[in-house]
Write a protein that binds this ligand. Sequence first.
Ligand code: AHR
Length: 283
Amino acid sequence: MKRTKVFVALLFILSFVFVGAACAAEGPETWIVGFSQIGAESEWRNANTFSVQHAIGEDPTFLLVFSDAQQKQENQIKALRSFIARGVDVIAFTALVETGYGPVLQEAKDAGIPVIMIDRDVAVEDRHLRLTIMGSDFVEEGRKAANWLAGYLKEKGLDDGATQVNIVELQGTVGSAPAIERKQGFEEIMNASHPNWAIVRSQTGNFTRSEGKAVMEAFLKAERNIDVLYAHNDDMALGAIQAIEEAGLKPGVDIIIIGVDAVKGAFAEILAGRMNVTVECSP
Ligand code: AHR
């Protein structure tokens, strides 16, 4: 009888131990997520911020700590250090440029805080320091832009395979993953299959409408025959459209305009015939 009582008591205690262990394995009741966004340079970026804030805001088990780096890498590094000091449960961040985050990612790893990249990744040599990435295939977006151009030129009888097709390129932020990879994907198709295409001017417009306009103005002054504009995002294409109109040319007709992102502003221009295509990138 005594033995049975001891056994029942033991079972009772063990059940508490196991339930307690199961609860501990499930993690905290509220997960604190530190999110470092790079800024608000484009329509796409604003949609991305909205998406993250709403996904986390709608779930009561998450608490978001948001930081806007205003396009400065040093602000991002400061934000990541403050998340580590606060002891957040998870860090999410978009890397303004690919390099320069190694030491701070190492600090997060040493503190046991998982880092999830959103949109833009870090350089290959630092990828072992982050847990994973949720983002797009920027190389494929560049390939899609070039393949669309090939089809369009063919359909319109504008490419005989010999006459040079003059392309100007508005690059994204120097050193950022989408600027590097969208260029890479486009050039991969161009170099493999279109030897008569030439990128005659290429400069950064920093993914913004105002810089896209200013750089396109400079391109138009320097180049007489521009057949195509390849802009690494729609905002720069939208700025360039203004510059082209102000130069007395018809965007979308005199110059073929290719953007990336598929934001509302680009669709409005496509419907108005001032832009030709945008490659989708989901925010
Ligand atoms: O990283 C994604 C790119 O960044 C988007 O194409 C661009 O609009 C944004 O600024």
